[in-house]
Design a protein around this ligand. Structure first.
Ligand code: TMP
Length: 241
């Protein structure tokens, strides 16, 4: 199959159907714009499982995603979309770059969800965008930005509720959106411990509670078991539905 795009954590292939792509989830892990590289054993399969479960659940709540079906432990077929080159980050609790760039302390509960846009461009280090910059760059229309913001807030509302029922706090996460051949905006890419900050509600210790890629970024150890724990709780939640 022809490779269309190789990212840091996934590879996208063209299928025989021009409207269908195949996504392969890798075990490769990177952080800090790929300055830190490694492997998380079993990550491809776990992230494929979690993304599939969450996208099916979001679909059941009326969110349109690119997912078609899971065809192997670490492969899904997806609708062919043109990715809008914006990383949409939704934050409920201050962490990561928000704390580095402002005076907010890690763990500060935000008065309302914050939606941040970043340019999807590794060479530039994914810089923070403003809606005016998006307009000037002409990467999305005003109407698309309004739609994406509303979708991101809806996904946040749904995922917060979902994860809380797994005793997990959804701190923040990143989404990507794409346009299908009809120009419809679909939720694309993945939702996994690579792309979310997830804190175990059962743990109060600020390091022990981390169940996401921050364990890899910050060399905290226990990366595989944290990802496995998220998978276990997500699957038991969807099985109980
Ligand atoms: P940040 O605090 O580094 O801006 O990250 C915010 C959220 O976005 C966090 O849950 C991790 C996720 N994220 C990605 O999925 N990909 C990225 O390249 C970056 C920088 C963050």
């Amino acid at each position: 199959m022809q490779k269309i795009y190789e990212g840091k954590a996934k590879i996208l292939y063209q299928s025989e159907d021009p409207n269908v792509f195949l996504t392969y989830f890798k075990d490769d892990a990177t952080a800090f714009n790929a300055q830190k590289k490694g492997q998380i054993e079993g990550k491809g399969e776990i992230n494929c499982t979690i993304t599939t479960a969450l996208y099916r659940w979001l679909e059941s709540k009326g969110v349109s995603t690119h997912l078609i079906e899971r065809i192997s432990p670490n492969q899904i077929t997806v609708q062919a979309v043109e990715i809008i080159p914006i990383e949409v980050v939704v934050r409920n609790i201050a962490a990561g770059s928000l704390c580095r760039q402002t005076e907010l302390d890690e763990g500060t509960v935000l008065p309302e969800p914050l939606v941040d846009f970043y340019l999807k461009n590794d060479a530039l280090g994914d810089p923070l965008l403003t809606t005016e910059r998006i307009r000037i760059l002409n990467i999305a229309s005003q109407e698309q930005i309004t739609q994406i913001t509303e979708l991101a807030k809806k996904v946040n509302y749904l995922l917060q509720e979902f994860f809380l029922s797994c005793e997990i706090i959804l701190v923040d996460f990143k989404l990507e959106f794409g346009l299908n051949h009809q120009g419809k905006i679909l939720l694309a890419d993945e939702i996994s411990p690579d792309t979310c900050r997830l804190w175990d509600k059962k743990q109060s210790d600020p390091m022990s509670r981390i169940l996401d890629k921050d364990r890899f970024r910050r060399d905290l150890g226990g990366v595989e078991s944290a990802y496995g724990e998220v998978q276990k709780r997500v699957l038991s939640r969807v099985d109980s539905l």
